[in-house]
Design a protein. Structure first.
Lengths: 101, 919
């Protein structure tokens, strides 16, 4: 989700990412905001995202995260994985008893 | 791949103290600030906005913890924390720490030193290329030169002919090399050509031309042997050992190509063997020079080299890969039978019928010829067992000490449990502490092992010149010590950890002891009983070995060693022919008598208490043959007096016994007892070797049974001949009679003479520059050398016995002190109810002594059962007798009383009022 958000919106700071996830999920997902930062800090050394300092909307100094090339690849891979998973699950739901006969 | 990167990051974070923490903190702060602003914009008061922002963010600490545990190495961090805590804890009780570390250091050090020897002697491999492909032909350590037939047909030494036949018909071997079996007892005399260095005794080993190729060695300098060096008629060459090159010739490269006189024959040194190569077997006297077999007839006058009946070579081969050893073994046995069939030994019955039994057993050759292995295996296993037991006692005693320490920490453990520490966490903490102590003990143990190994080597090989066993711990020994200390740490941590695991938080809220019977646990008492048992077994062992050694030392050897010196020489190596020996012996007698203070000069082929024995079958003239052997020594006139052998009747060897006169013999009492009826007068009778020679020697006198060879061989029949007399029936040319070479000069002086050794060296050199001292030793130390192993074993077992006793008593003290402190309240009540101090002391002592007595009973039973394992090492000690029991039990009981008395006195000093108040 973090990667997709950055992919869609370009560089963002942590608070922004948290807000955006809330918005996109239509407040259905009430993620504990605190869990976001460990994820960001982990993705960075893995090379999926890069960060730099920059001014935020209200002129605060904030760290902006953007998706790196490796991050794009990772996103693609994750996306494929997810689609595969959902496709499999979906097939399970579609199947009716007589189809198996 | 990602997982690996994650792990590396974690390790990096752990190592750098993780910068991420700070970043996370910043991010969290800026997030909350931004959120707060948004809430303020939404109309909340700043305080409320901040509260809501925090609420929305969630638990900051939890996030941080989670991040920390994800990004770091929590296990390692906990460990580090535990370690830091353990170090602080140990630092707080230095007394305990020192005792524990010392105990372990002694236990581990003793084991590691013994293991150093075991590793070198029993497990070692030769420092050669790919030792696993080496195979030895034979499984016995038969030595030197054998002419007979083995009844079981199991061959391990071979004749030169047999070796050549085996080598030529076995393409299964890349190389099949031959090496002299008994080089250690046949030193050579070496004199560097064109230098002032005097002739000296050195160890030379005759080897085949492919010897060094077999081992895949490269020379340090020069070249090693090739097949051409071992051809008959090839110029005499030699390869010097690296140790000799470095120690005796200062690693001078000009050694290569120079001429040395080996047994007074010129030999060219062609190269130096590689560093660390100590020959084909572990030996206290490794070869200084390697010489080709083909040069042995000239250099060592060795007629046996070309004699097909003389077995004198060990064979080691390098098999080609994928050769089936059972098939090879069968093929070699067949080849050997073919080789031996035409040999004279098997020409007639009963030997002929033994030929089909002849076979070779292949054994792994990676360790070379395992002669030392066989010699010391029993002793080493005994020492391994003893030191292992000592370590067990040490661990048990540490476990008890830790339990005692645990009392003081009961409250701490309860509080920590109450604060939420899991039992697993407490146990881990205790294990960390124990392992830390164990590792410290292990480190100190390695230092102890270094010293211990040096002492062991000095005890076991007092004469070693260049022993290839080193005291500095090898990687194997280090690994052994580390593993041992870890095992010990776990072992002695189990009991205290179990106790901690039972800790209930509620205990922290109670004060004082809660039960009357709650002394030490069964486990603790069990440990003490086990310790006492083992230490009693070790004490009994020590007493047995000391007793055995005492017996050995107090055997009446029937000789006098005061102011006597034994000088070994080798006239054959110096180039003397037997026909010229008469003049040599004469000049030796004259020149040595000329030294002021020298009273007697004995010359002989053997002396009392040295590992040498010439023996021959005896036939008394006019008597049926009893098929018994007797040892013989050739001596001069002074000899009997010089070693202190008393003449009982008749006469000794005198100046009248010249080569021209009748051959005479002096016999000892055991000889008379063996070959004559009681009351029969042996003087005037004749005997010889076998029926055809029964008239060879006339007996002229009888002497005391002086002990030759070893004490275990005492009272065996001997006869003494004049140095140069040959029996009339011996018609062989005198120059082929190697029996006439004397080996020793015995000097008896009226008082100790300073620098006698250099004096004798000068005199010998003035008689003939090639005449060297093979060995110079006071008679007393030659005798003491024969007891070296026994003395070492007695000393070591005593040391371990005392150590075990000390450790066991520490354990007993620990447990008793523990019970006393646990029972403070109970004792207080007893005293308040009228128990006297004496009753209290008696009560505590009774508890301690019951355990000791239990241990004693068990220990004595074990000792009685185990004594048969060591009986082979004992001399005239039949078993555990009353003296041994008393000597072992009394110190143990005394020590136990002492160990129990200290806590008992403390118990008696308890103030009833105070004890009750703390309840």
């Amino acid at each position: 989700m973090v990667l997709k958000t950055l992919d869609v919106l370009g560089p963002l700071h942590g608070y922004g990412i948290a807000r955006r996830i809330e918005q996109i999920s239509g407040d259905l997902l009430s993620v504990n905001q605190g869990t976001l930062y460990p994820v960001l800090l982990r993705l960075e050394p893995e090379g999926a995202i890069a960060s730099e300092w920059g001014p935020s909307e209200n002129n605060r100094r904030a760290r902006f995260y953007r998706l790196s090339r490796a991050g794009h690849k990772l996103l693609e891979a994750e996306k494929r994985d997810w689609e595969q998973t959902t496709a499999i699950i979906a097939r399970f739901f579609k199947v009716k008893a007589e189809d198996l006969g | 791949m990602r997982a690996l990167i994650r792990l590396l990051t974690r390790i990096q974070n752990f190592a750098t103290g993780s910068r991420g923490q700070k970043r996370l903190q910043e991010e969290i702060e800026s997030h909350i600030a931004a959120q707060t602003e948004d809430f303020i914009l939404a109309g909340f008061s700043p305080a409320e906005a901040r509260r809501r922002a925090r609420l929305k963010f969630g638990a900051v600490e939890a996030v941080r913890e989670q991040y920390h545990s994800e990004e770091g190495l929590p296990l390692a961090e906990n460990l580090l924390q535990d370690m830091r805590f353990a170090v602080r804890q140990l630092g707080r009780s230095p007394g305990f720490t020192i005792v524990a570390v010392l105990t372990l250091a002694l236990g581990i050090g003793a084991n590691a030193s013994i293991f150093s020897l075991v590793n070198a002697i029993l497990l070692g491999k030769l420092p050669v290329a790919d030792p696993r492909m080496l195979v030895r032909l034979g499984d016995r350590n038969d030595c030197c030169i054998g002419y007979g037939v083995r009844d079981d047909g199991d061959y391990s030494v071979f004749s030169t002919d047999a070796w050549e036949r085996l080598r030529e018909n076995t393409p299964e071997f890349e190389e099949l090399a031959a090496m002299q079996s008994g080089f250690e007892s046949q030193p050579v005399v070496v004199r560097p050509g064109g230098s002032q260095i005097p002739a000296h005794s050195a160890i030379g080993e005759f080897v085949s031309g492919n010897y060094f190729r077999l081992f895949g060695l490269r020379p340090a300098i020069g070249r090693l042997f090739s097949r051409a060096d071992n051809l008959v008629g090839a110029p005499a060459t030699a390869v010097m050992s690296y140790e000799t090159w470095k120690n005796d010739y200062a690693a001078d490269p000009s050694v290569v190509g120079s001429t040395y006189y080996v047994n007074s024959r010129p030999v060219t040194v062609v190269g130096v063997a590689p560093q660390g190569f100590f020959g084909d077997r572990l030996s206290a006297t490794p070869p200084d020079f390697y010489l080709p077999i083909a040069s042995a007839p000239v250099l060592a006058n060795a007629s046996y080299v070309r004699d097909p009946t003389a077995n004198w070579l060990y064979l080691v081969g390098r098999v080609r890969p994928e050769v089936s050893l059972p098939q090879l073994q069968a093929k070699l046995s067949g080849l050997l039978r073919q080789a031996l069939a035409p040999v004279r030994t098997f020409a007639s019955e009963p030997e002929r019928s033994l030929l089909p039994k002849v076979h070779i057993v292949l054994t792994p050759g990676g360790a070379g010829i395992r002669s030392m292995d066989e010699q010391y295996s029993l002793e080493l296993h005994l020492l391994m067992a003893i030191s292992g037991l000592v370590l067990l006692i040490a661990c048990a005693s540490l476990a008890n000490l830790l339990l005692v320490r645990g009392i003081g920490r009961q409250a701490e453990m309860s509080v920590r449990t109450a604060l939420g520490a899991t039992h697993a966490r407490l146990v881990r903490q205790l294990f960390t502490e124990s392992l830390l102590v164990a590792q410290l003990g292990g480190l100190a143990g390695i230092a102890v092992a270094y010293g211990g190994t040096r002492i062991l080597l000095a005890l076991a090989f007092p004469d070693a010149r260049a022993l290839p066993i080193h005291a500095s711990p090898s990687p194997a020994v280090l690994a052994f010590a580390t593993a041992l200390s870890a095992a010990a740490g776990i072992f002695f941590a189990v009991a205290p950890a179990l106790m901690a695991a039972r800790t209930e938080p509620i205990d922290a809220l109670r004060t004082g002891s809660k039960s009357v019977s709650g002394g030490a646990t069964l486990l603790q008492h069990g440990l003490v009983v086990a310790q006492t048992t083992v230490s009693l077994v070790l004490l009994v062992a020590a007493c047995l070995f000391v007793q055995s050694f005492n017996h050995l030392e107090h055997v009446d050897l029937n000789l006098d060693a005061n102011n006597r010196y034994i000088l070994h020489i080798d006239p054959q190596a110096a180039g003397y022919l037997p026909s010229r020996l008469g003049s040599l012996y004469q000049s030796i007698e004259q020149r040595f008598h000329a030294i002021p203070g020298v009273a007697r000069v004995g010359i002989s082929t053997n002396t009392p208490m040295e590992l040498w024995n010439d023996s021959w079958t005896v036939q008394i003239q006019g008597r049926p043959n009893v098929h018994a052997n007797a040892s013989y020594v050739r001596i001069n006139c002074d000899y009997f007096a010089s070693v202190g052998t008393h003449l009982l009747f008749g006469r000794g060897i005198g100046p009248q016994d010249t080569p021209a006169s009748t051959a005479v013999a002096v016999v000892n009492q055991a000889f008379v007892r063996q070959f004559f009826s009681p009351g029969e007068n042996p003087v005037g009778r004749r005997f010889g070797a076998g029926p055809q020679h029964a008239g060879d020697y006339q007996i002229v006198g009888v002497v005391d049974n002086t002990v030759y060879t070893t004490v275990r061989h005492k009272n065996h029949p001997m006869y003494f001949l004049s140095l140069l007399q040959r029996p009339a029936s011996d018609k062989s040319p005198i120059d082929e009679d190697y029996d006439l070479y004397a080996r020793t000069i015995v000097l008896e002086t009226g008082h100790p003479i300073a620098n006698l050794e250099s004096l004798t060296q000068r005199i010998l050199a003035s008689i003939n520059p090639n005449l060297a001292i093979v060995k110079f030793e006071p008679f007393g130390s030659q005798i003491a050398d024969q007891f070296g192993d026994e003395r070492a074993i007695a000393q070591l077992t005593t040391f371990f016995g005392v150590l075990a006793l000390l450790l066991a008593m520490t354990g007993l003290y620990g447990v008793t002190a523990y019970s006393v402190s646990r029972r403070t309240g109970e004792i207080g009540i007893r005293m308040a109810l009228g128990a006297g101090r004496f009753d209290v002391v008696a009560m505590v002592m009774r508890g301690a002594l019951i355990q000791t007595l239990l241990g004693l009973t068990l220990g004595l039973t074990c000792a009685f059962l185990c004594v048969r394992f060591v009986r082979a090492l004992l001399y005239q000690v039949k078993g555990v007798d009353t003296t041994v029991i008393l000597a072992a039990v009394l110190p143990l009981i005394l020590a136990a009383c002492l160990a129990a008395l200290i806590p008992a006195r403390r118990a008696a000093a308890i103030d009833p009022m105070r004890a009750l108040r703390t309840e």
